[in-house]
Write a protein that binds this ligand. Structure first.
Ligand code: SAH
Length: 454
């Protein structure tokens, strides 16, 4: 086999870790050839074994830390590092916040964007924050287990304390696992495509404490379903909604195409910035409620609303930011592609007695073009796209509509940099970028950038 790698699989060597990738892996260079090593930090000298070599880079596993970084923290439970739940758990929180600021700055620099990146706004308690969990159910050594996948695999590591999740959710998962054991409901077997229970998904309102349980099953029929429902309601009084989603496919996608109600409401209600929101199973909802309020507050401040503005909220989800902005604007138009989320947004407007909003279901890039064609003129545009960022046709429509300000909430620095460069070509100028840590202990980076016309 022809390879340019200067190292071989299973070779042991001692290296210095020089950098961290955006995925939180340490980087060592051997004759310029990068090796990625999980659970290592810049400045550490590490004995490692090469596990995989490719043409341009390879992977290795740390065997021994010969020196440790002052930024290293000892996690009380090593399980977190074996799974993908807390890939930055070994880095001090201070170090994580700097890492995120630095990552954005680096991407900007590579893209020749001269935009200062402010220090990351972090959490006082950077754990136990997630209001949503999605865990696989599997049979391990004859016992039904719930937990998290080992990094880069589909091998389940049983867990009861997930560290970054709301502890009430962790407890609920254990209760449901025990009910599955009690009634012997067969877990999904991926290799044989057999079994029933694939995943348990739980969402809990941080303020309301309302809980939704979604049972994701391979088959429509679930043995002892009535006993399971009764057990869940009896043992977890916060549950106001139990749903089932059937996913018969051999896929990594967790949810099936539809969800049906087994008990109670088909949504939970929670509060953000003093407003009420109903959230149904398929709708996006920010996972870190404490930081969401900070993120939204920053984004809305940057929108500079005085009560006179026409605002577009693109990628509006269940209307969280739209409704918060409507209180300070003349009118808000929201656009979102997931139909049940749009239904939630409309219901949420009514729920809060907010009438100066309109929600449209569709692709932001298409609806934006349509709005432009219809002569809609927005003063402020809020965008909060998924990781792939804005479609080129969306940016083109912005360039034609020319809102005075664009507030860009991003969960991916790479596509943020790409889109900011495009917006610059239309005369937009960004003063600074503010990272807000929505995902402590993980590599994910969220930020807010305001652009205005020069
Ligand atoms: N601003 C909302 C949602 C942000 S998440 C909040 O803070 O809660 C991004 C949202 O974009 C998701 O709801 C997703 O369903 C939606 N989305 C993804 N691609 C889209 C597209 N092409 N057009 C419109 N919405 C899209």
């Amino acid at each position: 086999m022809k390879t340019t790698a200067p190292v071989e699989k299973n070779q042991e060597l001692t290296v210095d870790i020089e950098d961290l990738t955006y995925e939180g892996m340490g980087v060592a260079k051997v004759d310029g050839y990068p090796l990625f090593v999980a659970d290592t930090l810049p400045g550490e000298k590490v004995k490692l074994v090469v596990t995989k070599t490719g043409k341009n880079f390879g992977f290795a596993r740390a065997l021994e830390l010969l020196t440790t970084s002052p930024d290293r923290v000892d996690l009380k439970d090593k399980t977190y590092m074996q799974t993908g739940i807390a890939p930055l758990g070994h880095l001090s929180y201070e170090g994580q916040l700097k890492f995120k600021q630095h990552q954005i700055a680096e991407v900007f620099q590579k893209s020749h964007l001269d935009i200062p990146v402010l220090p990351t706004i972090g959490m006082e308690k950077p754990y136990a924050y997630r209001n949503k969990a999605q865990v696989p159910v599997r049979m391990l050594y004859g016992e039904i287990q719930t937990g998290f996948y080992r990094k880069g695999s589909h091998n389940l590591v049983p867990m009861e304390d997930y560290y970054i999740q709301d502890p009430a959710i962790d407890k609920a998962i254990v209760i449901i696992r025990d009910l599955l054991r009690q009634y012997n409901v067969a877990p999904y077997n991926e290799s044989q495509q057999k079994g029933v229970m694939r995943n348990i998904m739980i969402r809990r309102g941080h303020f309301s404490h309302e809980m939704m349980v979604i049972l994701i099953t391979r088959t429509r029929d679930v043995p002892h379903l009535n006993e399971l429902i009764a057990g869940i309601l009896n043992k977890i009084p916060e549950v106001v909604s139990i749903m089932q989603s059937v996913n018969p496919k051999n896929t990594n996608v967790v949810l099936g195409r539809t969800v049906k109600k087994l008990y109670g409401k088909s949504f939970i209600r929670d509060q953000i910035l003093g407003l009420n929101f109903d959230i149904s199973a398929l709708s996006f909802y920010q996972v870190n409620p404490v930081q969401t309020e900070r993120l939204y507050t920053r984004a809305i401040e940057q929108a500079g609303l005085t009560g006179k503005e026409v605002v577009i909220d693109a990628y509006s989800g269940i209307g969280t930011m739209s409704l918060a902005m409507a209180q300070h604007a003349k009118y808000v138009y929201g656009v979102e592609v997931v139909v049940p989320a749009v239904a939630d947004a409309k219901r949420n407007a009514k729920l809060n007695g907010i009438h100066n909003v309109k929600f449209e279901a569709g692709k932001a890039e298409e609806v934006m073009q349509q709005w432009k064609a219809d002569g809609l003129e927005a003063d402020v545009l809020m965008v909060d796209p998924p990781r792939k960022g804005l479609a080129k046709s969306f940016v083109d429509a912005v360039g034609q509509m020319k809102p005075k300000r664009v507030v860009y909430v991003s969960c991916n620095p790479a596509t943020l940099a790409r889109d900011l460069s495009l917006l610059q070509e239309f005369g937009y100028h960004a003063k600074e970028t503010q990272p807000v840590d929505m995902f402590p202990q993980t590599q994910h980076i969220e930020s807010v950038t305001m652009l205005s016309l020069d």
